[in-house]
Design a protein around this ligand. Structure first.
Ligand code: HEM
Length: 166
């Protein structure tokens, strides 16, 4: 079987897309890109002998969709190791959808909770910022964001953060 392009099922627009808050959407997308929470994705297995871009994958080969390579693709993101919401904004500051940005994976087994998760991320993030002023005892440049563990998932370190109601 020759696979050139795997097309995911139709995804309905999430609440975040309908809200038309391009910078907020860009920040949330950049958080997902930069944090790179599941760097090697979830393992899959080919169910028959498969040819993919010149490689022969015998039946039952385990395949890891290396998500990190997507989030650090220099063809799509100019500042790979910098938190830069501009990756998802065009020259007029409109939200720029990146078709190759796939934190919820793609194909038949893409995340079933994608719409719910995206709506929740948007509501959680905007509500927090509307209701609280966020603070941290350390200066931003002194915060070590190296993950505590890095394997199937990246586990973030523990931070001290304050939420002061407006
Ligand atoms: C930010 C939040 C989330 C992220 C980044 C995420 C990401 C993912 C990824 C990468 C996969 C693996 C797809 C694959 O096998 O290639 C997955 C699978 C799945 N996710 Fe999520 N997910 C999130 C939240 C949720 C939520 C809230 C739900 C349910 C309420 C959910 C339900 C599922 C299910 C059921 C699968 C398995 C789909 C299948 O194997 O057919 N996810 N998710």
């Amino acid at each position: 079987m020759e696979i050139n392009k795997v097309i995911g099922p139709h995804r309905p627009p999430a609440l975040e897309d309908r809200a038309k808050m391009p910078y907020t959407s860009a920040v949330i997308h950049e958080i997902q890109r930069y944090s790179d929470l599941t760097p090697i994705g979830l393992p899959h297995c080919v169910i028959r002998d498969t040819h993919f871009r010149g490689y022969h994958l015998p039946k039952e080969t385990t395949v890891y969709p290396i998500m990190s390579s997507v989030f650090h693709d220099p063809c799509h993101f100019e500042k790979l190791d910098t938190f830069f919401p501009g990756h998802f904004l065009d020259a007029e500051s409109n939200f720029k959808k990146q078709e190759d940005f796939i934190p919820f994976s793609m194909g038949k087994r893409f995340c079933l909770g994608e719409s719910l998760a995206r709506s929740q991320l948007f509501l959680f993030f905007t509500t927090m910022l509307q209701k609280f002023s966020l603070g941290c005892p350390k200066a931003p440049e002194d915060i070590d964001i190296t993950p505590r563990m890095n394997g199937l998932a990246k586990i973030p370190p523990v931070y001290q953060i304050s939420f002061l109601p407006h």
